[in-house]
Design a protein around this ligand. Structure first.
Ligand SMILES: Nc1nc2c(ncn2[C@@H]2O[C@H](COP(=O)(O)OP(=O)(O)OP(=O)(O)O)[C@@H](O)[C@H]2O)c(=O)[nH]1
Ligand SMILES: [Mg+2]
Length: 287
């Protein structure tokens, strides 16, 4: 499967990566934002090709939606691979503090270099990157804080870059790098659709809902207990579950319980995090 995805390199993917490359060259650090509920599917497999040796940190966003134990396991698993990762609720947490902490080794190295050549302390130049809807703008806005000044608007190597001074340690490239999603792998495309990341219809609602139910059954058999009063989904058929949801919520079509409306509702509640905190990928699944 992996092999197949690597060979798939469509024109739009190539162009998007080529557009971002000049910006990547300008920064010291690339922070890749991914959705903590599916930190593999929400990555772009080709990003590393344009990053090269540049320092790369992974931010697992929306951790208020994901399974906390699973999110921690992902952070540890990335660390084992040598990739610094941290998670957060970008709408609430003090992400800047955590970013400063995880960037500590970078600063030690940078300051030592500056000292050696008698250079003044420079802020680290950071670029935020990621596929659509993972929280890039929310992250940039949280780092900007209130009333931070734009550093400069210079016509440089690329077109014109806007830099924002965050504090004495960080300067941020104002615009995020939007990476295309990995459509090639069908399983990943479905996961992205369940997260609400993908606007395109990958599958009809009922099939998407069925995919979600089949995933929840072994991993979170009590997932529908609180919202829909369904005790153990692992012993039920998908259509029985959707029927129960339709009946509980009075979702009818032509006077009959509507599986389509039940699917829509289930997907929406999952997407919005109302159903509870669930992750769609596990680090030990060999993804
Ligand atoms: N609950 C929660 N919502 C978040 C978090 N981060 C972002 N969001 C929400 O997710 C949605 C997408 O966030 P954006 O910051 O616009 O994402 P983006 O990556 O800039 O998206 P594009 O500009 O489309 O590429 C918005 O509704 C945000 O409010 C988070 O950590 N927790
Ligand atoms: Mg945005």
């Amino acid at each position: 499967m992996k092999q197949q995805a690597i060979h798939y390199f469509p024109g739009h993917m190539k162009k998007a990566l080529k557009d971002i490359q000049p910006y990547v060259k300008l920064v010291d650090l690339v922070v890749e934002v991914v959705d903590s509920r599916a930190p593999v599917s929400s990555r772009n497999p080709f990003l590393k090709e344009i990053i090269g040796n540049k320092t790369h940190i992974l931010l697992l966003s929306k951790n208020d939606f994901s399974d906390p134990a699973n999110t921690k396991a992902w952070v540890d698993s990335f660390a084992k691979e040598g990739l610094t990762a941290f998670s957060g609720n970008l709408k609430k947490d003090r992400i800047l503090e955590t970013l400063s902490k995880v960037s500590e080794p970078l600063f030690v190295e940078k300051r030592a270099k500056e000292k050696k050549i008698g250079m003044k302390k420079q802020p680290l130049r950071v670029m935020i990157i990621g596929v659509p809807n993972v929280g890039k703008s929310t992250f940039i806005n949280s780092l900007k804080g209130k009333g931070r000044a734009k550093v400069q608007n210079k016509a440089g190597l690329t077109r014109s870059e806007q830099w924002i001074s965050v504090n004495s340690d960080f300067t941020l490239l104002d615009t995020p790098g939007v990476l295309p999603m990995n459509y090639a792998d069908r399983e990943k495309a479905i996961i992205l659709a369940l997260l609400g990341t993908m606007r395109e219809e990958v599958l009809p609602q009922e099939e998407l809902a069925s995919y979600l139910i089949d995933y929840l059954k072994p991993h979170y058999p009590n997932a529908l207990k609180e919202r829909f009063d369904i005790e153990d989904i692992s012993i039920l058929e998908d259509h029985e579950i959707l029927l129960a949801i339709a009946k509980r919520r009075g979702l009818l079509e032509g006077g009959e319980p509507s599986l389509n409306k039940a699917s829509y509702l289930l997907l929406k509640e999952f997407k919005d995090g109302v159903l509870g905190r669930y992750s769609l990928e596990f680090p030990d699944a060999g993804l």
